[in-house]
Design a protein around this ligand. Sequence first.
Ligand SMILES: C[S@@+](CC[C@H](N)C(=O)[O-])C[C@H]1O[C@@H](n2cnc3c(N)ncnc32)[C@H](O)[C@@H]1O
Length: 269
Amino acid sequence: MSNAPSLQLDSATLVEAYDRLGIRQFHHGLQLLDVLGLREGERALDVGCGTGRLTESAAQRVGQHGEVLGLDPLPLRVQRALERAQGRFAVRVGRAEALDTVPDAHYDVVYFNSVIHWIPDQAQALREAWRVLKPGGRIGFTTMPEEAPHDLHVVLRALFAGEPEWQRAGIGAPNKLTRERSAALLQGAGFEVTYNEIRTFGDSFDNVDDVLAFSRSSSFGNFLSSLTPGDVARVRARLASALEPHRSARGYALTRRMIIAAAHKPLAH
Ligand SMILES: C[S@@+](CC[C@H](N)C(=O)[O-])C[C@H]1O[C@@H](n2cnc3c(N)ncnc32)[C@H](O)[C@@H]1O
């Protein structure tokens, strides 16, 4: 995968799978909303809202006097988010790097939940977030720390190490950050960092197909997309064996670590 993931691989099947399996992203997303202190009456922008599960929670938090907009570049995910919204929040197709339809200084909170690592030009995305935030507004994101990868990625990296062809496939998202780079990115855009920690979450997966469906749907089809069907079958078989040491009573037990970073736009700038 280059540093720009394909936005052409999504499908109704992947959307349905993400809506079910993306409950994991939802859980750390709720923690992000807590860290950001999103409250009643505020305006929030959910960049890369996917199928809108967290957007719905944000809308519940801000209530009827607040306002929430979700943006995502994938029309099928926007469609699912719109079905979920039932008019309680707005959703549109859009990309983080070009928030063209969003007015200046409009939002109290802008957040990216499990999104920033997919964005090729992260600095441009943060410049846009800065533009649409009110003075004093808050920004936050969750992302996979490069320095403390998901257990699944550790297993996959070991599997892929001996297979030059497989290494092209990439593991996880192409633009991962560390805590240090997260802070530098926010500060580079002019924000003052208020929170920057790695939190740990327990993931359980029923079987190897559940793992693959999670990875494919979370990456909107990019995971293993460059491999032949034969190689994908080989990855599946070898992954099933490699995950055996992680088997527990509730399926494979794997640990996910996430950076939660938050910052604010200074009142005077
Ligand atoms: C793992 S999903 C997270 C979805 C949602 N935020 C959630 O918490 O469930 C990643 C999302 O990032 C979106 N995305 C990818 N590139 C993007 C970009 N350049 N700008 C905005 N969103 C992007 C994808 O379309 C996808 O919906």
